[in-house]
Design a protein. Structure first.
Length: 119
């Protein structure tokens, strides 16, 4: 198991940017696929972006071209750069680690960080 701690959430106006960070414990970080999920009130949690241990990425259609996921294995950290934010991006964002990028493969979760986009 890996422990995950997110940071970087906050309140931003529509069109603005935020960068989320997720610091992981453990020496095997580089072997995990990492993902960012979000859950808005009354909605199911959804996978926003994922990155494999080899650096391949995939994104939800709703964030393609606006969000970028990246990882720094030397720092045991994964990032989510969010640009051109929209009010519908408002949610609690969770970092997750797993053995593959399919949503059901993620087994370790952070506590979440709130992102609020005002119109």
């Amino acid at each position: 198991q890996v422990q995950l701690v997110e940071s970087g959430g906050g309140l931003v106006q529509a069109g603005g940017s935020l960068r989320l960070s997720c610091a992981a414990s453990g020496r095997t970080f580089s072997s995990y696929a990492m993902g960012w999920f979000r859950q808005a009130p009354g909605k199911q949690r959804e996978l926003v972006a994922a990155i494999t241990s080899g650096g391949s990425t995939n994104y939800a259609d709703s964030v393609k071209g606006r969000f970028t996921i990246s990882r720094d294995n030397a720092k045991n950290t994964v990032y989510l750069q969010m640009n051109s934010l929209k009010p519908e991006d408002t949610a609690v964002y969770y970092c997750a680690a797993g053995l593959g990028v399919h949503p059901r493969n993620f087994g370790s979760w952070g506590q979440g960080t709130q992102v609020t986009v005002s119109s």
